[in-house]
Design a protein around this ligand. Sequence first.
Ligand SMILES: [Zn+2]
Ligand SMILES: [Zn+2]
Length: 193
Amino acid sequence: MRSFTTLDLQYAHRFYGFKGEAQYLHGHTGILTIEVEDTVNAGVNMVFPCNEIKKTAWEVLQNFDHALVLREDDPLLPAILGVYEAQGIKDGAPSNKQKGPAFKTELAWAYPECRLVVTKETMTVEGMIKIVYDLLKDKLNIAKITFTSGVNGATQEYGKEAAAGAWAERERCPLCGIALDENGVCPKCGFRK
Ligand SMILES: [Zn+2]
Ligand SMILES: [Zn+2]
């Protein structure tokens, strides 16, 4: 069975080099849906504890919320950084409290201090799905990701390999559904096997 959650991400971006209105800086409310697949955990009667998908995803994805997303070769990037630098907000401001870890993957890297994400490819809805999968594939057993931004959307299903592999062998806590650690202890509630 599948459990899913949705996240709201407000961001600004542009399609650098694109011949259309999207070459201008503009903003979106993006809705990201992440579906996680597993068996129903007998103790808690859940595939994945409801809030945990969101919590796990939000930890890194909050870097995209109220952020500017620019492609690495976009000349706006050094220009914006120059302005932030001159303003003294490039390396953080006391009011910028919503920060995830400064992740770095092949496809995207985050500068949480200045609410900026740099991407390798243009951040289309399709591009965002690739970024999200890459960031979360080792944390969640993802079966499907859907991302909509205004009236545009894209969706990607992932194979069953992950579900049949490492994820299937993870024993979950019968009290809260979180995967037990290597010592058989629940990192959330402390349950011991
Ligand atoms: Zn757009
Ligand atoms: Zn537990």
